[in-house]
Design a protein around this ligand. Structure first.
Ligand code: FAD
Length: 209
């Protein structure tokens, strides 16, 4: 058989793929990435391929059933619509938190869940600018990471200063990717601030709270 004739059902087709619109959608977890000791990124695709166009900074609301109860929690999309065939959320464990710990302990590749969105006015499309100062702390990096990825991937001329604060060096989310971006383009300046470093850790960057 001609390999060109082999078209996998549900495979991604860049020509006729549908796009995402605000609403309730069934998603499949396609990847789980351990970012730090207590932060994971969960990547999702639709059951039938769609392109996830959204405004960087927007969020989705997950609908889950835990212990027989329906629970909803919102998470900012940490990925960028410049990589549109999937989207990601990045979740930090919250002490005694129901959903964050459930996701970390239970959400696996191929699991399905309902997602509402995308929504949110805090985004970098509705408010355009030539210069952006991103200030984030901890897992609050997610909206500005999406914006930075978008402007980086789309070769924007926006002059970006990215200042991120973490508790300790081992808590810095997306460090390698941020360093890569700042090493490759002139209009992305990165500063990381750590509150402290633990015994055995070294940190030569900024310190402060
Ligand atoms: C727009 C938006 C975007 C967000 N984006 C992100 C993101 O990108 N990444 C991310 O990690 N989070 C994000 N969040 C936060 C996220 O929605 C959750 O709030 C977070 O994951 C905690 O949920 P949880 O179910 O784990 O904790 P919960 O179960 O809601 O508990 C939260 C805290 O309250 C305490 N608590 C719960 N019930 C009680 C009670 N009855 N009495 C006293 N204390 C109680 C818990 O012990 C815990 O410390 C976002 C929130 C919003 C609104």
């Amino acid at each position: 058989m001609n390999p060109m004739e082999v078209v996998q059902e549900n495979s991604v087709n860049p020509v006729n793929t549908q796009t995402w619109a605000n609403g309730r959608h069934m998603m499949r977890c396609v990847k789980v990435i351990q970012e730090t000791h207590d932060v994971k990124t969960f990547c999702f695709m639709s059951q039938t391929p769609i392109m996830f166009f959204f405004k960087p900074g927007q969020f989705v609301t997950l609908e889950l059933t835990i212990g027989g109860e329906q629970v909803m929690r919102s998470y900012t999309i940490s990925s960028s619509p410049s990589v549109p065939y999937s989207f990601s959320i990045t979740v930090k464990r919250v002490k005694n938190g129901l959903v964050s710990n459930w996701l970390h302990d239970n959400m696996r590749v191929d699991d399905e869940l309902a997602v509402h969105g995308p929504v949110g006015n805090f985004n970098c499309i509705d408010f355009s600018t030539e210069r952006a100062l991103f200030l984030s702390g901890g897992v609050g990096i997610t909206p500005v990471m999406s914006m930075a990825r978008w402007w980086y991937d789309t070769n924007s001329n926006v002059d970006m200063k990215f200042v991120h604060s973490a508790q300790t060096p081992k808590d810095i989310i997306f460090l390698k990717e941020l360093e890569l971006m700042s090493s490759r383009i002139d209009n992305f300046e990165l500063s990381i601030v750590c509150e402290r470093y633990d015994i055995g850790e070294s940190w030569h960057g900024y310190r402060g709270t």
